[in-house]
Design a protein around this ligand. Structure first.
Ligand code: TTP
Ligand code: MG
Length: 381
């Protein structure tokens, strides 16, 4: 089995960092799409409600977007084929999603959150981080804020959320998922190990259904097994993924809470688990990186003027190439063709490739006025 790829998470950390001494909240809405539907249609309340594709009497294609907690009791979950959901609960209420409503509700939740801290980051349509480090003197003050957020979201928007509080983004995120729905979970730096040790390893961001099997093979099932192995063995056995895992469970994660439009540049790079000799694989990876970044920045009012490519060969020789456009744009297809122009001169290279990365920078005027808070953000995996 190959080494798992933790590329789904935005990792930005450096090894050897100290434990974080911050206070971060992660807020995640409970069964979000289903909650909005039940709020707007009281007849759905307390029923197994499935939001997603049309089940067409069991012959439908497509998947479940989400479902109510009542539907989850039948074993239904997000991303399950809708035909299977229908088989599990034929009497459930099946409805199509209404994205406009969800995005309006999401905006309102985010406005509430920004009333508690200016350091805010939307992580997806239904989850966000806020940093309370210089706002609360300790975790018990932060817990009061978490409680106030929970109350306000419920009273004003008639949906519920769960809140996790911890010294890092990863601990706060694991905590928000710990006691759903309407749970508030506070994990102070000294209780991280106690909190995590009996949990399944899939609670660590980046370890999913497939990659967990890799760790199972080595006899690791609970997070406690990672603690028993210790830093050195984990890193020896699992390389860069091991480093990430050790850092998460040790409360080391220096990723900042920051909105994408506050950044000076956004980039993403990948170190291949094996050096790659074939450009097709490299180009497929570039396509992935380009899609990932555009998915993240679409709709955020960002336009970039400069596109850069970074390529590192075996032996660590690294080259960067960039192109600056006459006017700012956001266009994933054009961006991809520009990156292809930039990589062209390397296509005849015989050396194997270790790392590939792309960067978008030189954002348009509106963003430049926020220079004071700007910084470069790179995701590694
Ligand atoms: P989640 O926060 O993962 O799920 P949830 O809010 O429905 O449930 P939970 O209480 O466990 O947090 O995702 C938020 C929304 O994103 C979800 O309501 C629907 C949508 N979504 C999909 O459309 N497909 C998916 O596979 C997932 C995971 C979510
Ligand atoms: Mg949610």
């Amino acid at each position: 089995m190959i080494q798992p790829d933790l590329s789904k998470i935005g990792i930005m950390y450096e090894s050897g960092l100290k434990k974080e001494n911050r206070i971060i909240l992660h807020i995640d809405l409970d069964c979000f799409f289903a909650a909005v539907e039940a709020r707007d249609n009281p007849k759905y309340k307390g029923k197994p409600l499935i939001v997603g594709a049309d089940p067409k009497g069991g012959n439908g294609r497509g998947v479940v977007s989400t479902c109510s907690y009542e539907a989850r009791k039948f074993g239904i979950h997000s991303a399950m084929p809708i035909s299977q959901a229908y088989e599990l609960c034929p009497d459930g209420i099946f409805i199509h999603p209404h994205f406009k409503k969800y995005s309006e509700t999401s905006d309102k939740v985010f406005t509430i959150l920004q009333g508690y801290s200016p350091i805010f980051q939307a992580a997806s349509i239904d989850e966000a981080y806020i940093e309370l480090t210089n706002i609360c003197k300790d975790f018990s003050e932060a817990e009061k804020i978490a409680e106030s957020i929970r109350k306000k979201v419920k009273e004003e928007l008639h949906i519920t959320c769960s809140v996790g509080c911890g010294p890092t983004k990863s601990i706060a995120k694991i905590a928000s998922d710990h006691n759903k729905p309407e749970g508030i979970t506070v994990v102070e730096p000294d209780s991280i190990e106690l909190f995590l040790k009996n949990m399944k390893i899939t609670r660590i961001p980046g370890i999913g259904k497939k990659s967990k099997l890799y760790y199972y093979q080595k006899g690791i099932r609970k997070i406690g097994d990672f603690y028993k192995l210790g830093k050195e063995k984990i890193e020896k056995l699992f390389g860069r993924s091991g480093e990430w895992i050790w850092n998460v469970i040790s409360g080391i994660d220096n990723r900042a809470v920051i909105e994408i439009h506050d950044r000076k540049s956004i980039s993403k790079e990948t170190t291949f688990s094996r050096d790659i000799g074939d450009f097709k694989t490299v180009i497929a990876k570039i396509k992935d990186l380009n899609e990932h970044i555009h998915d993240k920045i679409m709709g955020k009012g960002i336009r970039y003027r400069t596109i850069s490519l970074k390529i590192r060969f075996k032996g660590y020789t690294t080259y960067t190439r960039a192109k600056t456009l006459n006017s700012p744009m956001i266009d994933r297809n054009k961006a991809f063709s520009i990156i292809m122009e930039l990589i062209d001169e390397f296509l005849e290279e015989k050396r194997k490739i270790r790392l590939i990365g792309i960067r978008f920078s030189n954002f348009d005027k509106d963003n430049k006025t926020r220079q004071m808070t700007l910084f470069d953000f790179t995701e590694h995996n």
